[in-house]
Design a protein around this ligand. Structure first.
Ligand code: ISL
Ligand code: CA
Length: 561
């Protein structure tokens, strides 16, 4: 297999609104990011993925873009961007842009034009349909089909001016682009080329699996909300054709990293998306393991409890299934998910540090490119929200309102749900120090700061040898010098265990055992014979145990020969 730099890289995701404010308006910005680049270089990551920084009315915090070639004024200017890019490159850091092209904002010039009339040259940039015959346009049931928006309600909005509906799989301010129109593809590919010529190092492609809609836009199977989910748009009929065209016309001309966000895409399909011949993308984000703590009937906003055998089965399937055929991405955290240490680890003061290190060990020593989300490297946790008023996230707000109205959840369940599942758990400002506003801003932060910032912050951890951050740094450095960590085959041990996640990696004669305890109890785990005299590579307890048990949340890696 030909080795690629992005296979041995670690990517760090920045949610710009929450990373570092530089001018006291309470909103993170590009100069703020620039001022923290040394911190990231020191951590040892290779690539920074920036959540969207383009002009946007912020209905979905930048995932609704009104101009792909302009910077959101709140974040700074194009000059600020150029300075950031230059400094990043001088520190050996690459910059990956978020490419959000399943939809635009309804305030994008193309959509403003498209809305004017049925024969506007931009009309066909979007997906318009007549109301259902015999129904009163604009009333429930008159929508062209039963698809629901990911943020609640129908995926169709009625437009009075022209008497038609437009499709929006996300908010009504995020109309879906019509990728079947070659002009749309030209526009997107030209825009991508413009950014790449500027020197950016790749793209993370937002819900790229949804861009090709099924022929005839048929009804789907409705769920408990009365609407069908977006499964029927996942890997639509022309998806691979479009990615191959994008690859031919744009991606293949640059030495970059590409990762497609692909909710709902199965492993077998990922072999094509992320194939090693390189005809489409380098890797994708799969979502299956993000459901391993959810009750399938209740979904994202129901109660949650980790099913460890299921989590292992899913990751094992992806590790062994893509082995030699395609490439994995590895993540616990991102801006859409609750904090991993609260979710899969233990965020109490007693176990936060140890369990955060355990999760990091488990993830970073698998095969694939690891992603670290801002604050993960210091063990930032979910936030103890006091009310729905504190929440900014459109997904939680809309879905909770809808589920209350439909009687799917009760009022007294709302806080628990928010604390467990809201996307805003990931979006609270970065905790830099124990001072005012966690060192994030001198003004009023746009979103509540997690009150534990006095105990969980960067300043405390930088320079402390036993910190979570120091441990991440160590894990990241290990990968740089080990083909075994990057390329070794993966083999799961004890798949049925409810408490231990253990696996072996193999590259010719080199073997590595990784053992992780996902519980706060001492559990028995007999170290396999061949590893008894092995060399300890890393571990989250100071000294090795007796080889017969794992202490609470213990994790270690041992290598032979
Ligand atoms: O993560 C999710 C479900 O588990 C959804 O919240 C998420 O919306 C979905 O995965 C798509 O995410 C991406 O596109 C959205 C944007 O809101 C998310 O922030 C983005 O990551 C629409 O652009
Ligand atoms: Ca600012």
């Amino acid at each position: 297999m030909e080795k690629k730099w992005w296979q041995s890289s670690v990517v760090y995701q920045i949610y710009p609104r929450s990373f570092q404010d530089s001018n006291g308006d309470g909103i993170g910005d590009i100069p703020g990011i620039t001022s923290r680049l040394e911190y990231l270089a020191d951590l040892g990551v290779d690539v920074i993925w920036l959540s969207p920084i383009y002009a946007s009315p912020n209905d979905d915090n930048g995932y609704d873009i009104s101009d792909y070639q302009a910077i959101m004024p709140e974040f700074g200017t194009m000059d600020d961007f150029d300075r950031m890019l230059e400094k990043a490159h001088s520190l050996g850091l690459k910059i990956v842009m978020d490419l959000v092209v399943n939809h635009t904002s309804d305030e994008h010039r193309w959509f403003r034009e498209a809305q004017k009339s049925k024969n506007n040259p931009y009309r066909d940039y979007y997906i318009w349909r007549d109301p259902k015959p015999g129904m009163t346009p604009g009333t429930p049931g008159a929508e062209p089909n039963n698809w629901g928006s990911c943020f609640g309600g129908s995926a169709w909005k009625y437009d009075e001016t022209t008497g038609q509906y437009f499709l929006h799989l996300f908010s009504k301010k995020q109309p879906d682009l019509n990728w079947d129109n070659p002009k749309v593809r030209d526009e997107v590919f030209n825009m991508m080329t413009w950014w790449l010529d500027k020197g950016v190092d790749g793209f993370r492609m937002d819900v790229i699996s949804l861009i090709s809609k099924p022929e005839g836009l048929p009804d789907g199977v409705a769920n408990n909300t009365g609407f069908a989910g977006f499964d029927q748009c996942s890997t639509g009929p022309r998806l691979h054709e479009y990615l191959q065209e994008m690859n031919r016309r744009v991606l293949s001309k640059y030495d970059i990293i590409t990762v497609g966000e692909c909710p709902g895409v199965p492993m077998e399909e990922a072999r094509q998306y992320a194939n090693l011949e390189g005809t489409e993308l380098n890797m994708i984000f799969q979502f299956e393991h993000m459901a391993s703590d959810l009750d399938p009937a209740a979904g994202r906003y129901g109660e949650s409890k980790l099913n460890l055998p299921l989590l292992k089965a899913i990751l094992n399937k992806w590790e062994t299934g893509l082995q030699g055929k395609a490439w994995n991405s590895l993540y616990w955290d991102n801006h859409d998910q609750p904090r991993a240490v609260s979710r899969f680890g233990n965020d109490s003061d007693e176990w936060r540090e140890i369990s955060a290190k355990m999760l990091a060990t488990c993830l970073h020593l698998m095969q694939g490119t690891p992603y670290v989300f801002e604050g993960e490297e210091i063990g930032m946790t979910n936030c103890p929200w006091n009310s729905l008023d504190e929440i900014n996230d459109i997904e939680s707000r809309n879905n909770i309102a809808q589920n209350l109205k439909k009687g799917i959840i009760r009022e007294d369940q709302v806080l628990g749900i928010l604390r467990r599942q809201s996307r805003d758990n990931a979006r609270t400002p970065m905790q830099w120090d124990a001072g005012e506003n966690a060192g994030f801003t001198t003004g009023t932060p746009w979103l509540r700061i997690n009150p534990n910032y006095t105990r969980v912050n960067v300043a405390d951890q930088v320079g402390r040898e036993d910190s979570i951050r120091a441990y991440y740094k160590q894990l990241i450095a290990l990968r740089k010098h080990s083909d075994l960590i990057v390329y070794g085959d993966f083999e799961l041990l004890e798949p049925e265990s409810e408490s231990v996640f253990a696996y072996v990696r193999t590259l010719s004669s080199e073997r590595m055992l990784v053992a992780c305890n996902f519980t706060d109890q001492m559990v028995s785990f007999e170290i396999p014979e061949e590893f008894r005299d092995g060399k300890r590579l890393i571990g989250n307890y100071e000294a090795s145990g007796d080889g017969k048990v794992l202490r609470p949340y213990e994790a270690y890696a041992v290598i032979v020969p």
